[in-house]
Design a protein around this ligand. Structure first.
Ligand code: HAM
Length: 517
């Protein structure tokens, strides 16, 4: 048994004599209605005197819990998302009641939520595989330096970062793209281009919480490395359209706003604004919708943009038609030609009705260099469903070669909100094929043998582990949506047989163990 500093932390499982970690204890408590009793699965109850008092010793917490703790301390002190060095909170001697909720902005995944998450992720994965992408993953904890960019992005202030015990600055990843770039550089010439990679991973951002925005979310990413042509962006949008269709959404529910950062670049070039201001200007413009226009003008001015250029920029940003953009920028520029090619490819892919040009889309990450796009709900009730674009220079900013790249991130939160809105959430019930039950305590071993036979044949089995009345077994079978009830009774077992009941029809028969499948 692990050494426990404070014996009051212990919740002993009466049979296994196990020490339950605080987080597990928390989950058990949340799922239990009667807060004064702790029930374990063999029916014995452990009385806990009211009020429930647990002392949590920080030495027993994991480092992420500590980080969250340190973080919440800094928040209580009015701090933002950046925590300082990893300093555990003072050891609490007094008994304190634990909060049974997960930290603000994070989620537990009890079984019904986990079923939904698995359904969503398997759609992400199946679509990626339909498009010939390979799955990759990276650590959730990365070096902080990966996210330090100068352009003043929001994501920088939202970092969960701290110093680890070896005095390294680390951060919980707020996005997957820098990790992907790091891995591509690390692989170097050992991989042949183009790479088509996808990942589904958890990201952390200390965000202001709104509907569909939380402090922890999962992101599906698909990225193409090594293709300079717009065909790559067109392919990526096609994969998201395929995903939307698969889960029941249509072009009248959702769409994509598309533009190119080269539009802004061309305007800035006309006014001889230095290239190194580009990222900063994009970030200011991305925030435009959330702050008063005068504030945007002020910020652009203090970034070194002339008043004349600002007015031109704002005018161009209001354009919603590609023809109009062509009139203003001329037909020969890269921005117009890329966008025209994308719209023409969209026609060939068959998703024209899903996309529209909107010059105001620039996106909030500094590294985008070309086409950018955002998925949105047509009712305008939610924040961006997904977003991506071309980032041809990110690898070289990390010291690698310039390799053309583009991709997108698609969160797991907004899409679920949207499916709820549209009544499109799937019904996902627990589904076990068989429930196997011994009719006699002495036949528990026989029932285990039957379960093993079925499982070896690939059938799922919920084995009744205790002596329970048949009424209970039927209720259980209904709860797990079992198709068959297999009863192991004395007289049948003597003949090497079991009785089978098909639960949908009520049909009942006896079969030998060999016939079981
Ligand atoms: P992003 O726009 O910051 O882009 O995030 C992509 C998507 O992740 C958003 O559209 C949204 O669905 C989801 N998301 C972001 N933050 C949150 C949050 N706090 N809560 C819930 N969902 C969230 C990127 O992260 C880029 N790295 C995407 C990319 C990949 N670009 C190229 N490759």
């Amino acid at each position: 048994m692990p050494a426990i500093a404070n014996p009051r932390l212990l919740i002993l499982h009466p049979r296994l004599n196990l020490y339950l970690k605080p987080s597990f204890a928390t989950m058990l408590f949340r799922s239990h209605h009667n807060f004064s009793l702790f029930s374990f699965n063999h029916g014995r109850k452990l009385a806990i005197p009211k009020p429930q008092l647990f002392s949590v010793n920080p030495r027993n917490l994991s480092s992420s819990q500590l980080a969250a703790e340190a973080h919440s301390n800094s928040r209580d002190n009015g701090g933002g998302g950046r925590s300082g060095a990893l300093s555990p909170p003072a050891i609490v001697e007094a008994i304190q009641k634990i909060d049974v909720n997960p930290p603000k902005g994070t989620r537990d995944f009890p079984p019904e939520e986990m079923r939904l998450r698995n359904w969503l992720f398997s759609n992400f994965k199946e679509v990626s595989q339909l498009f010939g992408f390979e799955e990759v993953d990276f650590p959730v904890l990365e070096s902080e330096a990966l996210y330090i960019r100068k352009a003043g992005e929001e994501i920088r202030d939202q970092l969960y970062c701290f110093e680890d015990r070896g005095n390294r600055r680390v951060a919980l990843r707020p996005e997957l793209t820098p990790s992907l770039a790091r891995l591509v550089i690390q692989k170097g010439k050992s991989v042949s281009l183009p790479l088509k990679w996808f990942a589904v991973g958890q990201c952390w951002r200390y965000e202001r919480m709104t509907r569909g925005r939380r402090r922890e979310h999962y992101q599906w990413n698909m990225d193409i490395i090594g293709v300079p042509e717009v065909t790559a962006e067109a392919e990526l949008i096609s994969s998201i359209v395929t995903f939307f269709k698969r889960i029941g959404l249509t072009a009248s529910d959702v769409g994509f706003k598309v533009s190119s950062r080269k539009v802004l670049q061309e305007v800035l070039r006309c006014y001889s604004i230095p290239e190194n201001l580009f990222g900063k200007v994009c970030i200011i413009i991305d925030k435009m919708e959330k702050i008063p226009m005068d504030e945007t003008r002020k910020e652009l001015k203090s970034a070194g943009i002339s008043e004349e250029a600002i007015e031109e920029l704002l005018q161009v940003l209001s354009i919603k038609s590609l023809t109009k953009l062509e009139e203003i920028l001329g037909p020969t520029g890269q921005a117009v030609s890329d966008l025209k090619q994308l719209f023409s490819l969209a026609e060939r892919f068959g998703y024209s009705e899903w996309i529209q040009f909107d010059a105001s889309v620039v996106r909030g990450l500094a590294y985008y260099t070309g086409i950018v796009f955002e998925g949105f709900d047509r009712e305008g009730k939610l924040r961006a469903i997904c977003g991506g674009g071309r980032y041809d220079q990110l690898l070289s900013t990390f010291g690698g070669d310039d390799i053309p790249a583009c991709g997108f991130g698609f969160g797991d939160a907004v899409i679920v909100e949207l499916l709820k809105e549209k009544g499109l959430l799937p019904e996902l019930n627990l589904q076990v094929e068989n429930i196997v039950c011994a009719l006699d305590h002495d036949l528990q071993g026989a029932a285990a043998a039957v379960a093993t036979i079925l499982r070896e044949k690939g059938q799922s089995v919920d084995l009744v582990l205790e002596n329970k009345p048949l009424k209970w077994v039927f209720k259980r079978a209904a709860r797990v949506n079992a198709q068959r009830l297999i009863l192991v009774g004395n007289s049948e077992w003597q003949k090497g047989m079991v009785s089978v009941k098909i639960l949908s029809s009520g049909e009942q028969y006896e079969i030998t163990l060999d016939e079981l499948e």
